[in-house]
Design a protein around this ligand. Structure first.
Ligand code: NAG
Ligand code: NAG
Ligand code: NAG
Length: 489
C-alpha cells in the first residue's frame, strides 16, 4: 500500500521564491484576519493640463512566428504572434464623459494573472492558484486606473507646444501628438506602469503600453476577432520541447525577438490608425474599445516615435533600436530605464539620441555582466552613441529602487520601501522620471537641451556617498547624478 503523499505545496523547499510567496500569503491572511485594508493607496490622479483617456487595442497579426520552439504540453509553437495587445493613454478632450467602467489594474480574468504568478513561484497547483487569486484580489482586485475609458482624443493644437514646464516655444510644422511605445519588464504586464504612462498623456503625449506574450509575464488572455480566447501563462525552458543547444540565453533571445515583433506590430496598428483605418481597427478589436479611432487620422506623429522600456523591456528597446529608424521601427529616440542585468547582452549599435536612467539600486548594486561591471557596460554603450554624433545621456535617479517607475510603490508604499530600500517619496519617484522624459522628448523633436539635459556630467562614476552636488541647480541636487552627457554644443 502506497503511503499517503503530501501535496508539493506542503513540502516546502526553502527557495527565495517560496519564502517570498509565503510572506505575501501570510501578509494577506494577517490583513484579512484583522480587517485591515490591504491597499493603503489608490492610484493618484494625473497632474498634467489634459485629461487622460485610455483604450485597450488587441489586433490580429498574420500568425508571424519568431522561433520554431514548441510547447511540450500541446506541441503548438510557443512564439507565434496571433494578436498584439496594448493600452493607449492619450490626452482626451476636456470634460469628456466616459460611459464605460474604468479599467481594472489587474486585468480580468484575475485568475489568469494569479495563476501566472503562482507558476513563477514554481508552486502552481489548484491550492496555490486559489491562494494567489485571493491574494491578488485582496491586494489590488478593486484598484482601477484613473484614466477615462474610450473618450475622444483631444484636438491637436495647430502647432504642438511642448510644455517644458511652462516655458516652451511652439515648434512650427508639427501637427500631431508625439508617440511613445513602452515595453514592460519581467514578471509584469501592460498595466504595471499606468501612472508613468497616464502622467505623460496628461502632458500631451500618446503612450502605447504593450503586453508581451513571450512567457516572461505572469499571464495574459489572448483574444481573437472571432470571439475565441486562450490564456497564455508564464513559461520557462522546462515547458518547451527543445534540443540541447536551446538553453536559457537562447530562450531570452527568443523572447526578445518575440518582443521586437510585438513592438513592430504595435507600430503597424498605430500607423493604420493614423492613416485613417481606425474604424477597422475598432471593428476588429475583441476588447470592443476605440469607438472614436476613426477620428485619429493624422493625429499621431508616426514618423518620429520614441521607444522606451524598463528592465527586460529596456533591453528589448535597445535591441529594437538596431537599424532604427526604419519603416518597421520609426524610432528617433530611446528612453531606457534600468537596462536588464540578466536579460542577455545589450545592443550597442544605436544611431539615435537615447536617455538611459538607472534607479539608485540599479547603479548601487555591483553586478558582473558578461565579464565587466554592468555599470561600465551601460556607460560605454552611451558613450558610443555620443561618439557617433547622436546625443546620449546616462544618469542615476537618487533614492529610487528598481520598481520606483512602476505603479507598485503607489499602491503599496510601505511594503515596497521595506522590501526594495527606496527612500524617495513615492510620488516624486515617478515624477522625476516623467519630468526628464519630457525634457528628452523636447530634445528628440526640437534638438533643444533643457533642464537636466542642459547640464554637464556631475559624477562620471556612481557615488553612493554623495547626496547631490553643488554643480547642479538645487531642484535637481537631491535627485540626480549625471554620468554621461553630450559635449556642450
Ligand atoms: C517635476 O516638474 C515640476 C514642474 O516643473 C516640478 O514642480 C516638480 O517639482 C518636479 N518634480 C520633481 C520630483 O523634480
Ligand atoms: C524627427 O526626428 C528628427 C531626428 O531626430 C529631427 O531632426 C526632426 O526635427 C524630427 N521631426 C519632427 C517633425 O519632429
Ligand atoms: C549628505 O547629507 C547629509 C545630511 O543632509 C550631510 O550631513 C552630509 O554631509 C552630506 N554628504 C555629502 C557627501 O554631501
Amino acid at each position: 500500500m502506497s503511503r499517503y503523499r503530501v501535496p508539493p505545496v506542503l513540502r516546502p523547499r526553502l527557495t527565495p521564491k517560496y519564502v517570498a510567496s509565503s510572506i505575501v500569503a501570510i501578509y494577506v491572511v494577517y490583513c484579512w484576519l484583522w480587517g485591515m485594508p490591504l491597499l493603503s493607496s489608490n492610484l493618484p490622479a494625473y497632474t498634467g493640463p489634459h485629461s487622460v483617456g485610455t483604450i485597450d487595442i488587441e489586433s490580429p497579426c498574420d500568425g508571424r512566428k519568431t522561433s520554431d520552439v514548441k510547447f511540450k504540453s500541446t506541441g503548438e509553437p510557443a512564439f507565434l504572434l496571433e494578436t498584439v495587445l496594448f493600452s493607449v493613454y492619450y490626452p482626451a478632450v476636456k470634460n469628456a464623459k466616459s460611459n464605460k467602467p474604468k479599467h481594472l489594474w489587474v486585468p480580468k480574468p484575475l485568475a489568469v494573472t494569479a495563476e501566472g504568478y503562482a507558476k513563477f513561484a514554481h508552486i502552481s497547483n489548484f491550492l496555490t492558484n486559489s491562494i494567489f487569486t485571493v491574494a491578488l484580489w485582496g491586494l489590488a482586485g478593486s484598484t482601477t486606473i484613473p484614466a477615462k475609458v474610450d473618450v475622444p482624443l483631444r484636438e491637436v493644437a495647430p502647432s504642438f507646444e511642448f510644455t517644458e514646464h511652462g516655458q516652451g516655444k511652439p515648434e512650427a510644422g508639427n501637427d500631431a501628438f508625439p508617440v511613445i511605445v513602452f515595453s514592460h519588464g519581467m514578471a509584469s504586464s501592460r498595466t504595471d506602469y499606468t501612472h508613468f504612462c497616464g502622467e505623460l498623456a496628461s502632458r500631451g503625449y500618446v503612450v502605447a503600453a504593450i503586453e508581451h506574450r513571450d512567457g516572461s509575464g505572469p499571464g495574459s488572455m489572448i483574444m481573437n476577432v472571432d470571439g475565441t480566447e486562450r490564456p497564455l501563462y508564464h513559461f520557462g525552458l522546462g515547458d518547451l520541447q527543445h534540443d540541447e543547444s536551446f538553453d536559457t540565453p537562447e530562450l531570452k533571445q527568443a523572447q526578445l525577438d518575440f518582443r521586437q515583433a510585438e513592438i513592430e506590430e504595435t507600430i503597424r496598428v498605430l500607423k493604420a490608425i493614423n492613416d485613417g483605418s481606425g474604424a477597422t481597427i475598432f471593428e476588429m478589436n475583441p476588447r470592443t474599445e476605440g469607438e472614436h479611432l476613426a477620428t485619429w487620422e493624422g493625429k499621431l506623429d508616426m514618423t518620429n516615435v520614441t521607444i522606451s522600456g524598463h528592465s527586460y523591456g529596456a533591453t528589448g528597446a535597445l535591441q529594437a533600436l538596431k537599424g532604427a529608424p526604419c519603416p518597421e521601427r520609426p524610432f528617433h529616440g530611446g528612453l531606457i530605464l534600468d537596462p536588464g542585468k540578466s536579460s542577455g547582452p545589450l545592443n550597442h549599435d544605436i544611431d539615435v539620441p537615447i536617455l538611459v536612467i538607472h534607479s539608485n539600486s540599479w547603479s548601487k548594486k555591483h553586478s558582473v555582466f558578461f565579464g565587466s561591471p554592468h555599470f561600465d557596460v551601460v556607460k560605454d554603450l552611451v558613450a558610443d552613441v555620443n561618439k557617433r554624433g547622436k546625443a546620449a545621456w546616462f544618469m542615476t535617479s537618487l533614492g529610487t529602487s528598481h520598481p520606483s517607475v512602476t505603479d507598485a510603490p503607489l499602491i503599496e508604499p510601505t511594503l515596497l520601501s521595506w522590501t526594495t530600500g527606496s527612500t524617495i517619496n513615492v510620488y516624486d519617484g515617478v515624477d522625476v522620471y516623467v519630468n526628464v522624459t519630457e525634457e528628452f522628448m523636447i530634445y528628440q523633436k526640437a534638438h533643444r537641451r533643457t533642464g537636466l539635459l542642459a547640464l554637464e556630467v556631475t559624477h562620471p562614476d556612481y557615488d553612493s556617498a554623495a547626496n547631490g552636488t553643488q554643480q547642479m541647480p538645487e531642484a535637481y541636487q537631491r535627485f540626480w547624478q549625471i554620468h554621461v552627457a553630450p559635449d556642450a554644443a
